[in-house]
Structure formats: C-alpha cells, structure tokens
Ligand binder design. Sequence first.
Ligand SMILES: *[C@@H]1O[C@H](CO)[C@@H](O)[C@H](O)[C@H]1NC(C)=O
Length: 226
Amino acid sequence: MIKIPLLLMMMLSLSSVIAECDIKKVDKCMLEMAIIGDTELRFPTNQTAMNDRCKQMRRLEYCVKDYSKKCLTKRAGQTTSVLMYGMTKTNKAFCSKKRQQSYLRIGRCVNSDPQIFSTIMNRLTKSFHAIKSYPKESMRIPLVCCNYHRFKESIMKHVEKICPNEYDDVETLLDGYVNDVVNLICGDYTADSDKCDSIIADTPEWKQSLIYKSFVIPLAQVVDSI
Ligand SMILES: *[C@@H]1O[C@H](CO)[C@@H](O)[C@H](O)[C@H]1NC(C)=O
C-alpha cells in the first residue's frame, strides 16, 4: 500500500529535476541572449524593441544562471557563473539610458549582415564542440581561449569594414561579456600574447552538425572534460 505513493513521489521529484535541467532550453536562452549565431534573430533597432529586449534579458540571464547553479558540475558551474556575471553587468550597462543608443547602433550594424556574424559565431561554437575531446587535456582550455581570441578578431575585422563607427562600442560589449571569464581561465593565453599562434591550428575540426546552437553548453563540457 505504501509503495505506490512513494514510487509516485520519487517519479515526481525525478521529473522536476529533469525539468530544471533542460539542456535544450538553456541552449536556446543563451542563443537568444547572444543573437548572433541564429540568422533568424535580430537586434532591436528602436526604443520599443530595446525596452522589450532589456526586460527579456533578465529572464534569459536567470535561465542560464539557474541552470549553471543546479545542473552543472562545480567547475563548469563556476565558469558559467562568471560568464553570466559579465554578461549581466554588461547588459545592464547597455540597457541604461546613457548607453541604449550605442546598443541600438550596434544592433543596426549586426542586423545589416546577420549571416556573416553568425558564421563567425558558429565557427567558435563548433570548435568548442570538438575541443572537449582533444587528446591533450591540458591544451583544451588554451584552445578555447585561442579560439575566442580568433573569434573576436574576426568580429572586429568585420565591424571595422561595415560599421567602423561602432568599432569601440562592439569591443566594449564583447569585452564586458567575456573578459571576466577569459581572465579566470585563460592565464597566459591572452589576446596579445603570441602563444596562440602555435596552437590555434591544432583546433580539432567538428565535421558533424552542431549539437548545441549556442556556445555555453559546449564551453561547460570542455571545462567538465578535464
Ligand atoms: C520596432 O522594432 C520592432 C522589431 O524590430 C518592429 O516590429 C516595430 O514595428 C518597430 N516599432 C516602431 C515604432 O518602429
């Protein structure tokens, strides 16, 4: 008699754990936050859309933070939390009255060529998919860092070409998003060191289609693979 409710309770609690740890959902949250990476998504270009975006951002941030707290291992969760700290701080800054106009200008720039920005983003996400099984474990994080530096360089090169006036703001946005986590995990593999030159070509190739559309789960998996 007592067995049935107990089993039922166990099943219910198990299903709630699974619901909290929906990996596809967190992937989607991060993709929506990043915008680039999905050619269908667009940055806001007017004040109304900007206000919506800033409201929505809090839900997306919570989605990723909650997941990293509850569903990732300690190290992967820490890395993701530091990333989210940078992203939250930066989103908040760009949502302030003072910075909204520059966010809107960045948006117009990126919206003018979503294809190329997504291609650059997806190359990074693809690398992260592959790096988690790179044979030499100690080089996995350096490879993540070097691929990020290459990503940023490609983005900045393209911004310089199509909207040079937005160059500084895009750099501020990107640096705000990731510098905390880069400082945490990259050590000597900084953007201006030449240490990446000798290893970037070792980045393994991911020949399948992407399992995750955003970079956050692949990044967590690399951290977790060591
Ligand atoms: C603002 O932008 C959104 C989405 O880009 C669009 O649907 C809406 O019509 C725009 N609103 C105004 C007032 O231009």
